[in-house]
Design a binder for this molecule. Structure first.
Ligand code: SF4
Length: 185
């Protein structure tokens, strides 16, 4: 039976137990679109020094972008940079638009999960503060169908015993935290 529609306040009050049956993270959806080898490495808890630097840079961009307006929500798999409770707008802040398709599907995934948890009318916004760009996203039926397939594919990829072989183009890899892992022969 479909849950009744939740307000932004009710969504912001969700806890990890209520989201607990969702274990694929937005970052994994993002990496599925960027590089499936990256998705596997990340899902198998392989971390690099470079990744720590990227996380720190990302955090600084986040902290300088929305200091007062909104609320950060961390529900494990669902980790929203900022959620505007009254407007029902979920904000994701990114360092650079170079992986914009991956960013878009990460936000669509959050909208998809929160819809399953009862939120019906949320909007997503992706911000690139350094470039002064913002994109607005709405979840459609087509997105939901595609996400259902993508989640099945993500599970198949991360269940494999070894990472997908082959590398992306060097220009794509150069900003990836696994660059040294993949490119030092
Ligand atoms: S360095 Fe390139 S091939 Fe390796 S995980 Fe990153 S994007 Fe994929």
């Amino acid at each position: 039976m479909e849950e009744s529609s939740k307000t932004g306040e009710q969504i912001s009050d969700l806890n990890q137990d209520e989201i607990g049956d969702i274990y694929i993270t937005g970052t994994q959806v993002n990496f599925y679109f960027h590089c499936q080898r990256q998705l596997w490495l990340f899902s198998h808890l392989i971390r690099t020094e470079h990744e720590s630097d990227l996380v720190l840079q990302g955090r600084l961009v986040h902290e300088n972008s929305f200091q007062r307006e909104t609320k950060e929500i961390d529900l494990g798999a669902i980790n929203l940079d900022f959620f505007d409770v009254k407007a029902g707008v979920l904000h994701e802040v990114k360092h650079s638009p170079s992986w914009s398709k991956a960013h878009e599907w990460q936000v669509l995934y959050y909208l998809y999960v929160l819809k399953q948890k009862g939120a019906r009318d949320l909007t997503g916004k992706i911000h690139y503060p350094r470039q002064k760009e913002t994109y607005t996203i709405q979840l459609t039926k087509q997105h939901e169908e595609k996400l259902s397939q993508i989640l099945d594919e993500i599970k198949l990829i991360i269940d494999k015993p070894i990472p997908p072989q082959g590398r992306m183009k060097k220009s794509i890899c150069s900003s990836c935290s696994y660059f040294e892992f993949c490119w030092v022969d």
